[in-house]
Design a protein around this ligand. Sequence first.
Ligand code: FES
Length: 187
Amino acid sequence: MASEVVAKRSKLESVGGECKCHGKLPDDRFDKLRDVIDEYKDKPGSLIPVLHEAQQLFGCLPEDVQEFVAKGLGVPESEVYGVATFYSLFSLKPKGKWTISVCLGTACYVKGAADCLEALKKELGIDIGGTSEDGLFTLEGVRCVGACALAPVVVIGDTVYAKVKPEDIKRILAEHVEAHSTEAHAS
Ligand code: FES
């Protein structure tokens, strides 16, 4: 049976998304970040919530944002870098327009998720954590997304693709781009 779209997901595991950095970071976002830092500064365990807010503002956590947070909270830059790289919800690099989450949970793995992942890597020319050259897709592996009966499952943006086969990958990517271009034109 060919893969199919079975549901729309309202939320991804990742809090990333399209990066808004554009290489240069406008001051108004740093002003907002300063307000956030001031709010959390004297609270214990403030680094993670501040980084979370910073990522919401900038779309990712580039070096200058990490430095700003370190100075603002009075913690070493190495500590900020350590936390930003330890937790998968943080990203140091801009993410693609859509995140592709390949479920690597047991049920999906048994049904061939690894082959789907390989097909995606080959098609996009990237590894896990990478973003395609056209800036459209970021690839990641995730644990069970709670749809084991539909294994193997691949989630692109907020769309769930079920029973995916490696040979479906090229078509799924093309259809995803086309469907969202159509939506953009229709709105
Ligand atoms: S293991 Fe993939 S949805 Fe459960």
